[in-house]
Design a protein around this ligand. Structure first.
Ligand SMILES: Nc1ncnc2c1ncn2[C@@H]1O[C@H](COP(=O)(O)OP(=O)(O)OP(=O)(O)O)[C@@H](O)[C@H]1O
Length: 326
């Protein structure tokens, strides 16, 4: 667990950019820090691995103040992924991934197996990618390597600072999915900074919305969407084109009848699947590739399918309604 107790940071004495932060980030949780530019997200994140020294208060990792840790021990146990890909361009993929395991004196065999495992986990062919130089990879591939490098020495905590903001929407979406899958698989505690509300709602188990160095609201995506604490939270939701949960999830299409039944006795259903509480954005991406997508409910039961025609009709209606409102 990571715990903030009355934490403040002032780069200039008397002018705190983060004030009286009290937070508990649970083990295995995907915790998102979000807020407008300059609100103190990066400062908060970097205080956790002591890249920035806090001014007052305490941060505890597993009940021990971070100041009591040997700094190497602390950082080796925290993966760190940045927006600017901080890989070594002239070194190979393998050499980049094994920087920390190398420092921790893992055996050659252990490191080789770990690289294989990590490349597999992000769908990159190990024979093709292991010996490639970073400079020979696309931006999306580089950022994938950045993510698995942070996982290489099996840290308990991963800190991520706007890791996908420089990527195109498709690479971004794919990497979001990879990171969500990796976090679930390896049960890491992730602290993730973003200013993109859609990203926060998709990835976060809990979201901490900050403004001017203070916490405005902490809650699950549903709590934030359904019970925004004040107008600032409402405005921030709107900035991500998120009005309210029911207008933005597949459930909305289902409610108005855009769901086709699947023939009884159709046998095993094959194709793409989404859940009724997934977002319309996810549906758009899925239906850009397939003509129909099967929808599951929260109990994992397939309840029907949504087609491209359904989506188009729904979007046309939404545009028409917006037009009337304006
Ligand atoms: N090294 C520094 N020295 C002085 N002031 C700083 C320093 N780093 C950040 N600040 C200031 O602290 C405040 C918070 O910055 P921080 O980078 O934490 O915000 P942020 O929410 O991550 O912003 P962004 O989304 O733009 O990255 C800003 O006003 C910034 O100008």
């Amino acid at each position: 667990m990571i715990e903030f107790k009355d934490v403040s940071k002032a780069y200039t004495p008397g002018q705190p950019v983060v004030s009286n932060l009290n937070l508990e980030i649970r083990d295995g949780e995907f915790f998102v820090l979000i807020g407008p530019s300059g609100c103190g997200k990066t400062t908060t994140l970097k205080m956790i691995n002591r890249l920035i020294t806090l001014t007052t208060g305490y941060i505890y990792v597993d009940n021990k103040p971070i100041s009591n840790y040997n700094i190497q021990e602390l950082r080796w146990n925290m993966g760190y992924v940045l927006q600017q890909i901080a890989l070594f361009p002239n070194m190979t993929v393998e050499e980049n991934i094994t920087v920390v395991p190398e420092m921790k004196k893992w055996s050659k065999e252990q490191m080789h197996d770990r690289v294989t495992e990590l490349l597999e986990s992000i769908g990159l062919d190990e024979d093709d990618y292991r010996q490639r130089k970073i400079s020979e990879l696309s931006g999306g591939e580089q950022q994938r390597i950045g993510v698995v490098r942070a996982l290489a020495a099996d840290p308990d905590i991963i800190l991520m600072d706007e890791p996908f903001s420089a990527l195109d929407p498709i690479s971004r979406h794919n990497l979001q999915k990879d990171v969500a899958d990796l976090q679930k698989k390896w049960k890491k505690t992730v602290v993730f900074v973003t200013h993109d509300m859609q990203e926060a709602l998709t990835l976060g188990d809990r979201i901490c919305l900050m403004n001017e160095g203070q916490i405005v609201q902490v809650g699950t995506p549903d709590e934030i969407r359904n019970h925004p604490k004040n107008d600032f939270v409402r405005d921030f939701l709107r900035s991500g084109n998120i009005e309210a949960v029911e207008t933005q999830t597949i459930e909305q299409l289902i409610k108005i009848g855009y769901l086709s039944a699947i023939k009884p006795n159709a046998g095993t259903v094959q194709g793409s699947f989404l859940r009724n509480n997934d977002t319309i954005d996810q549906l758009v991406l899925a239906l850009a590739k397939e003509s129909e997508v099967f929808i599951k409910d929260k109990n994992d039961q397939v309840i029907g399918k949504v087609t491209q025609a359904h989506l188009l009709s729904y979007l046309a209606e939404t545009i028409a309604i917006r037009g009337e409102a304006e």
